[in-house]
Write a protein that binds this ligand. Sequence first.
Ligand SMILES: Nc1nc2c(c(=O)[nH]1)N[C@H]1C(S)=C(S)[C@@H](COP(=O)(O)O)O[C@H]1N2
Ligand SMILES: [Mo]
Length: 324
Amino acid sequence: MLFRFRSSTDPRPSEITPEAVYLNRRRLMQGAGVAALSGLAGSMLGLTARSAGAAEMEDFRQLPDVAPSRFSTDEDLNAFDQITTYNNFYEFGTSKEDPARYAPDLKTSPWDIRVDGECAKPGVLGAEELMASHQLEERIYRLRCVEAWSMVIPWVGIPLAKVLARFEPTGNAKYVAFETLEDPTQMPGQRSRVLDWPYREGLRMDEAMNPLTILGVGLYGRVMPKQNGAPVRLVVPWKYGFKSIKSIVRISFTVTEPATSWNMSQPYEYGFYANVNPEVSHPRWSQARERRIGEWGRRPTLMFNGYGEQVASLYAGMDLSKQF
Ligand SMILES: Nc1nc2c(c(=O)[nH]1)N[C@H]1C(S)=C(S)[C@@H](COP(=O)(O)O)O[C@H]1N2
Ligand SMILES: [Mo]
């Protein structure tokens, strides 16, 4: 079964401590053998169970009023330590350990997101206001990176459609463009030209409005760790991870397809759509299988990362080997 439909007798996350919820969910993983195995797999990745100086989950402020979502997967979660020490965030360096080391100095409060372009009510979206929203949901999603690894992450977020509606996009708005902060004094990776800064991403309007697409403001029931894109990032679970742009400062409604960082940098390798597709290889490697972080071996990659029931219709009639 793809999705868990929680019964109404299940406690809401706000009724019990998030730690209890997560420990309970993960009780099957608590066996010493499993713990030892995942620890060993972790150290083979250059990670340790809790690397020196790594963030403690308890240091992060809890988000109030987080409702469970019927779109959550019931697969085993990746651990907080895995989610926060194995990251891609090139603004802080190109190795997986760099974001955990350098992102914690990023100043994320106050934080305003400018919303402009083809809309009747352009304006500003405050990150604190989003975090205080009573519409926050927990969305446990698979994240499939283009580099053929994956994790299962309990995001906290708000459907992007609900946020965008406030700005009243006009009938001309066919796409939504996103930009990350550009500030080389705080983001040391921007002093090197691995990408053309700021990091840019985009979605077609119907993709942005799909109920699976969220603006993430946290994970594990708490505010977003900086290495994961604090204070506000995009989460689009049926697309490769690079579409899920971090630390957003601008959202624009556009008439034409916006330029996106990875496509600008290597257009033959990264298309605009970037839908997870095991049948279309990256020019340098197959996308048929993936390694779930913490697991031995590899598992098959699912079309649209397993979210086809919700999103396949968006691409009806398109040749996905050409529009990749
Ligand atoms: N601004 C920005 N956003 C970004 C990236 C980046 O380098 N810069 N990396 C992307 C890639 S390649 C992936 S796989 C995901 C990783 O998200 P995570 O570190 O929270 O797992 O973030 C995406 N968002
Ligand atoms: Mo990625």
